[in-house]
Each structure stands twice: as C-alpha cells, then as structure tokens.
Design a binder for this molecule. Sequence first.
Ligand code: NAP
Length: 286
Amino acid sequence: MSETSIPIAKLAGVCGWPIHHSLSPVLHNYWLRQAGIRGAYVPFMVKPWDAIRAFRSLKQTTISGVNVTLPLKTSAFRAADEATADAHRIGVANCLFMRDGKLIAHNTDMEGFISPLLQRRGQAWLRQRTALVIGAGGAARAVIGALIAEGVPEIIIVNRTDETADDLVTQAGLPSFYSLPWAQRSLATHRAGLIINASAAGMSGYPALDIDLSRAPETGLVYDLIYTPERTPLIAQAEAQGLETIGGLSMLIGQARPSFRLFYGVEAPASDPSDLLRQALMTGQR
Ligand code: NAP
C-alpha cells in the first residue's frame, strides 16, 4: 500500500486550561462509534499564555478542528485567519476548523443555546417575550447574539459587575437591549417570560445564584446554562414554583452537533445522548 493511500483517522478535540472536566470527549467519541467513523476526539491542555501560537500550529497538522473552552475563547478568535458571521457577532470562538488551508474561527454556542429553546417553544413564542439574561461573560454574549438574531423584542441584562453589562449594551447599541443594576435582578423577573442564567453562579464550586423568582410570570421559562450539577439551585427553585425549565446539557449537546459536522463531515447521530452524559457526570468518567 502506498503512503498516500493509508486512510488517516479523523482527529479533533477540545482545548482548555484545565480540560479534564470536559464532557465533550465522551459525547463526540460516542457519536464517532455510533456513526462508525474511524476517528478520535481528545482533550488538549493549552497554556493560555501560548494559546495563539498553539492554535496557529493546527495548520501544520492533520487535526481537522478543535472546540475551545475557558479561558481560551478570545485567543481562539484572535488566532484565526478568518471568522464566520456567528463568531464575528460575539467576538469569541468556541470552535476552530480548517477550510482551504485556513484556520477559521466559529461559534456554535449561539446555535447550541437557541436550538433547545426553538424546539420547546418556537420562534413565534420568542418574538413575544422579554428575556432576562444573567451574566455578561462569553456565554452571555452567545445567548444575547442568538436572542437578537431570533428577533426577541426586549432583552434585559443584569450582571454581578454592573459595568460589564453596561459595556455589552453600549457595544450592541440596540434600543431593545438594555441593562439594569444587579440589585434589581429579582424585580426584573417580573417582566421576563424567559429567564436565562448565563453566569457561573450555581456551578459546582460556586455559590448559588442569589435571585428570587417569585415575581416571574407563571408561563415563564427558566433556562440555566450550567450542567454541573444538572439540577442547579435555580432550576430547583423554578421547578418548585411550577415554572418550565431547560438545563445546560441541552445546550452542551446543541453546540456539539455543528462542531461534529465541521470536524467529521457528517451529521451527528440523531439519538439523544443525555443519559450517557448524566452517567459520565455521576461517575466522573471521561
Ligand atoms: P465567563 O466568561 O467567565 O463569565 C462568568 C460570568 O459569571 C460573569 O458574568 C461573572 O460576573 C458571573 N459570575 C461569576 N461568579 C458569580 C457569582 N458568584 N454570582 C453572580 N455572577 C457570577 O464564563 P462563561 O464562558 O460566560 O460561562 C458562564 C457559565 O455558562 C459557566 O457556568 C459555564 O459552565 C456555562 N456554559 C455552559 C455551556 C453549555 O454548553 N451548557 C456553554 C458555555 C458556558 P462578573 O462579571 O461580575 O465576574
């Protein structure tokens, strides 16, 4: 067999610092097995201070692409030769892939966030709601970008550090998107048919999100991006009040599907991998 005819396994992965906690390898390798693709998806530790050089060196390899997680999403965006419209919109990348020899920055968090919401309630519902977004980091940018793209008519942002939320509003420059002081977060739920926690509060190792949902509309939906733990204190509070909820596992799966398509050239299998991910979360297996 000549050297050129040896089939090369399709290789992709996820970069972070640290990266041992990521569920993405469990998910992508499960899909690879299900789809019968000869390939692998591996975690890569990438030093934040050397991330741009590390990402650019991908062009010298046969790695077809990588997902990028904290704290490397801005470096990934900066390292790329070009960026897709979704990555440009929010200025951070959670996905790098190769196209015609160039390194392309993309963001699948927007699609990952919005898909479960569209499946659950649809675009017409979204276009009649006020959304309250809690947090102003990278995930909040993706959430806000997706809500604007879907035509949500009013978006309120609150963040523990008020100035960061104010900066996002100034950058966007849209009359339908404004900030309220952190001190008014519980009051703001009164107007919000859709309440989204895009902050780190409630994640394992962090304090619970300090918010009172008792004023939220009865028909409201609470969406927590966090999936460690799966049932966050915010989800528990919402359920106790009879509010509908969406947890972070849905977004994790939603953002992984377009990445899989880009890395391996086929759609991820349609079956729901939530139970597999729950098991990995419980056992700590990666
Ligand atoms: P990030 O850029 O580091 O931003 C963190 C945000 O959380 C900031 O707005 C920060 O406020 C706020 N925050 C931190 N501790 C807080 C506390 N104790 N009380 C209130 N607010 C607090 O992180 P990120 O990338 O946006 O991620 C945010 C969360 O989304 C993480 O929990 C992450 O796991 C989750 N996420 C989930 C998915 C998914 O697929 N399900 C995807 C992306 C992210 P300050 O500005 O005041 O620091």
